[in-house]
Write a protein that binds this ligand. Structure first.
Ligand code: ZN
Length: 201
């Protein structure tokens, strides 16, 4: 952890003084982010860095393969749905952005099967995206990994609309949903268009 402690010290010396006022205001007034981002846990995909965002701007939840499960209020633990509820109903964010990415290990598990050490939770979690895998298989894609990365974002966009308090706000025009894919090889961000295709922004 020593390297990280060094980084923390540099943050305190170089960045904290100039950000101090921002943090004090955020602490005093509370957070009011306008945007929620659902991104992958992948260490190469940091939404705050990619969007060049400031503290207080983005409410971020990260999970394996940036998946949104369908609305299922039951007695099990739903961390992503809880984050959605807090952002959409309590904080009243105006936009939810799903950020997929190229070379996603979670999507790799879906395409190639889970590693032996990933069977307690990973397999069940990735089964959320099974409908996306089926679409890609039926299509006979030349690049199933990349195709499935895009298809799973489309699936998660549809799953967002199964949450009644999301679909209501979308219908009322007070909440926007966006799908994106970040290519870690080129640094290019693509956005899901009304046509259903992804295009560079
Ligand atoms: Zn990933």
């Amino acid at each position: 952890m020593n390297k990280l402690i060094d980084g923390y010290r540099r943050f305190r010396e170089d960045h904290w003084p100039e950000r101090r006022d921002v943090f004090e205001q955020l602490a005093h007034r509370g957070q009011a982010p306008r945007t929620m981002v659902i991104a992958c846990c992948d260490s190469r995909v940091d939404p705050t860095m990619i969007f060049n965002a400031e503290p207080g701007e983005l409410f971020v939840v990260r999970n394996v393969a940036n998946l949104v499960p369908p609305y299922a209020p039951d007695s099990t633990y739903h961390s992503t749905s809880a984050a959605l509820e807090f952002a959409v109903r309590v904080l009243q964010v105006e936009e939810v952005i799903i950020m997929g990415h190229a070379m996603c290990g979670g999507i790799g598990v879906l395409i190639n099967g889970e590693p032996a050490a990933g069977r307690d939770f990973l397999k069940l979690w990735m089964s959320i995206a099974e409908p996306a895998r089926q679409i890609v298989l039926e299509r006979g894609s030349a690049d199933p990994q990349a195709d499935c990365e895009e298809e799973s974002v489309r699936l998660s966009m549809n799953n967002l609309m199964t949450f009644p308090w999301i679909s209501e706000r979308v219908a009322a025009g007070s909440l926007m949903l966006s799908g994106t894919i970040f290519d870690i090889r080129s640094g290019i961000l693509k956005k899901l268009q009304p046509s259903g295709e992804f295009a560079p922004v």
